[in-house]
Design a binder for this molecule. Structure first.
Ligand SMILES: NC(=O)c1ccc[n+]([C@@H]2O[C@H](COP(=O)([O-])OP(=O)(O)OC[C@H]3O[C@@H](n4cnc5c(N)ncnc54)[C@H](OP(=O)(O)O)[C@@H]3O)[C@@H](O)[C@H]2O)c1
Length: 202
């Protein structure tokens, strides 16, 4: 398969790209470095990326930002960071990308545990994640040419524990192998409209 992986150099993305590269051709996209540059918060940048790479069999996005801060400190513009980047960035990747995704190809988006189990300071990120879950369920009913779409929703991943553990008291980190498998299930499986939750609440 020819797989476009947006965010393929990130904490999660680099492990997922390393895995897929064993069997597939992987094209890494990001803002600063990669095989092709893209800013998913800018739809003209998404169009220009697809103009350069052409058609693919799978489009995976492990990128997108939202502002973390106490609710009372978030102004309207702060909310638009997450709406433009993680939410509309991934929606536009699907909206524009459907014309560049081969018959039977798949989209895999990324959200996170905050959609279901928010913690302090994550109002914007949690809201965006929940919106993407609803988007995936709804758009899966309408995609054409046998195209599929799923979303992987990881808990705090093992490789990001140092950076985020203070925000997630009592959360069990998710092993990278398990996170990778969420993406493998979406790309190499046959499911569509699925929210692939990778949590460990025990
Ligand atoms: N880490 C966790 O524990 C965890 C858990 C659940 C969910 N998630 C979600 O998973 C996603 C990836 O997390 P991560 O920890 O791997 O993040 P990360 O280490 O910051 O990596 C993100 C990658 O995406 C690229 N990127 C960011 N914004 C972009 C944009 N607007 N357009 C194109 N590329 C962009 C970055 O490269 P450039 O800077 O070069 O663009 C980077 O390579 C995020 O949406 C995060 O919320 C993470």
């Amino acid at each position: 398969m020819r797989i476009l992986l947006v965010g393929g150099n990130g904490t999660i993305g680099k492990k997922v790209s390393k895995h897929f590269e064993k069997k597939h051709e992987v094209i890494i996209a990001a803002r600063k470095a990669g095989d092709v540059l893209v800013d998913i918060a800018d739809s003209s940048s998404i169009e220009s990326m697809f103009g350069k790479i052409g058609t693919v069999d799978a489009i995976v996005c492990i990128a997108g930002e939202a502002k973390w801060a106490p609710f009372n400190e978030l102004n309207e513009e702060d909310f638009y960071i997450g709406l433009r980047s993680k939410l509309m960035g991934q929606v536009n990747l699907v909206r524009i990308g459907q014309d560049y995704l081969n018959i039977g190809g798949s989209f895999t988006l990324t959200t996170g545990i905050l959609a279901d189990h928010p913690v302090m300071m994550t109002v914007s990120a949690a809201m965006v994640n929940g919106g993407i879950h609803s988007f995936v369920k709804a758009v899966s009913l309408e995609l054409e040419k046998g195209q599929r779409i799923n979303v992987v929703s990881p808990g705090l991943v093992e490789d990001a524990v140092e950076k985020y553990e203070a925000y997630f008291p009592g959360h069990n980190p998710i092993p990278m192998r398990k996170v990778i498998n969420g993406y493998v299930k979406s790309v190499e499986g046959k499911g569509t409209g699925e929210i692939i939750r990778m949590y460990d609440n025990q």
